[in-house]
Structure formats: structure tokens, C-alpha cells
Unconditional design. Structure first.
Length: 205
């Protein structure tokens, strides 16, 4: 599917929801700690198993529809993550930029505290391994899963969540810096701990 069409469709879907949401919508942003899958060479020898996680960030907006003790919260978020792998005796950064659309169902517990879970639809915008030429990624569009805990006080919200990609998504890179070109394959499926701060722009008390 054309990248522009998918991004536009997701934006229109979220805009329609926010326009009709009775509980309001807002903006959000935060930090994450991310790792990916193993790095292998062209004979499937593991070079680095999951690498080292690094911090990333996310920014976007959300809508929220209250349904009694349950709420529905779709989000549209730009996410940038980085992982570090050891390749040819050097540490290299693997960077991914994605457009994420979590669709979360929450359950209110006590006071401002709630828990939530739901699928996250992910679209890869850029995919970069420093020092190595990018060749191909198996699937631009993937699906993951989020679950976590949230606190909402007035217009401010805080949440801590875990995100994991469901399906293995292989990215291919070609190292042309050595005499014989070597192909590397990396499982780009994300695994993140995400901390977010949100601010409700409209709706609510």
C-alpha cells in the first residue's frame, strides 16, 4: 500500500473519532527504552543477539471515549527508536521511525488509576543502520500489542506501558565496506518500555 495513502487514511480515521469523541482529545509525548531482534549474516549466523537498547521518543495525539468504567483510547503517534549492535568490532546504531496507531481499551480502577491493553498498528517510515546500505524490509506494516497502567489527574495524564511486536519483520542491509559484500538480516520487531505524558485539550470536567 502506498505510504501516503496509508498515513492519510490513519489520520482521517483518528480525526473522525476525535470529532465525535464525547470525552475529549489531547496531545502526548514521552520517552522509551527499546530493543529489537537478533542480527544475522547471510549464512544465518547470529552476529549480535538483540543488541543493546537505547532511549527513544514518541509524540502524537489521542482521543478518549468514556463508556462507564471502561474507556476507548485510540492514538496516532510518531515513534523514533534506536538500538545498538556490534558489527565488525564496532558499535553501530540501528534507527527506526514509525507511525503507530494503538487502539487501547482501558478499565478504571480506583480514583485516577486505570489499566489498559490493545493492539498497535505500526507503519515503518524510515529504517537505518549506520554505516551499512539499506536494502529491503519485509513488511512496512506490522501489528504489535500494548498494555500498561495510567493515572489521570485533571487534564494531565501519565502512563507506563510495554509494547511488543507480534510478527517477526526482517530488515536486510548490505555492507559494501568490506571486500566481499555481506548481507545482514535484522529482526526489526520492537520491544519497548514506554513512559508518556499527555495533556487533554478538550472534554472532561
Amino acid at each position: 500500500m502506498n505510504k501516503r495513502i496509508l498515513v492519510l487514511s490513519m489520520a482521517l480515521l483518528l480525526t473522525a473519532f476525535y470529532a465525535n469523541a464525547q470525552s475529549g482529545f489531547g496531545i502526548k509525548g514521552g520517552l522509551s527504552y527499546n530493543t529489537n531482534g537478533s542480527l544475522k549474516n547471510d549464512v544465518n549466523t547470529v552476529i549480535d543477539n538483540e543488541g543493546n537498547g537505547k532511549s527513544g521518543y514518541n509524540v502524537g495525539f489521542y482521543g478518549k471515549l468514556d463508556l462507564g468504567p471502561i474507556y476507548l483510547r485510540p492514538e496516532l503517534v510518531y515513534t523514533k527508536t534506536t538500538s545498538e549492535y556490534t558489527l565488525n568490532s564496532q558499535n553501530e546504531d540501528y534507527k527506526i521511525a514509525r507511525l503507530d496507531m494503538p487502539v487501547l481499551v482501558g478499565l478504571k480502577l480506583i480514583g485516577p488509576l486505570s489499566i489498559f491493553a490493545g493492539p498497535a498498528f505500526q507503519y515503518t517510515l524510515t529504517n537505518d543502520f549506520k554505516g551499512i546500505e539499506y536494502d529491503n524490509i519485509e513488511n512496512d506494516f506490522t501489528v504489535g500489542f500494548n498494555f500498561g497502567v495510567a493515572v489521570e489527574i485533571g487534564r494531565l495524564g501519565l502512563d507506563l506501558r510495554y509494547e511488543r511486536g507480534f510478527n517477526e519483520n526482517e530488515a536486510t542491509f548490505i555492507d559494501k565496506n568490506i571486500s566481499a559484500n555481506t548481507t545482514y538480516r535484522l529482526d526489526s520487531r520492537p520491544e519497548q518500555i514506554i513512559f508518556s505524558l499527555s495533556y487533554r485539550l478538550s472534554g472532561g470536567k
